[in-house]
Write a protein that binds this ligand. Structure first.
Ligand SMILES: [Zn+2]
Length: 70
């Protein structure tokens, strides 16, 4: 894992214990900027995954952007 450049644990680079989808989308400090860009208003985790077509479009864009930071 380490040789492949992957982290040893599932903890997040921001220091959180678990890098879960919920954490990435709602809590991760490292992704705060990207989150503000795609969701300037508070959006629930549920809406991000099962919301309108517009919500889902933002989720896809956020996922693409966050991969650059993670
Ligand atoms: Zn994090």
């Amino acid at each position: 894992m380490k040789r492949l450049g992957l982290t040893e644990t599932a903890s997040c680079q921001c220091g959180a214990e678990e890098q879960t989808p919920f954490h990435i989308m709602q809590n991760c400090l490292n992704l705060e900027e990207a989150r503000q860009t795609y969701w300037p208003t508070e959006t629930s985790f549920k809406d991000k995954l099962w919301g309108s077509k517009e919500d889902l479009r933002r989720t896809v864009q956020f996922a693409a952007a966050s991969r650059l930071h993670v």
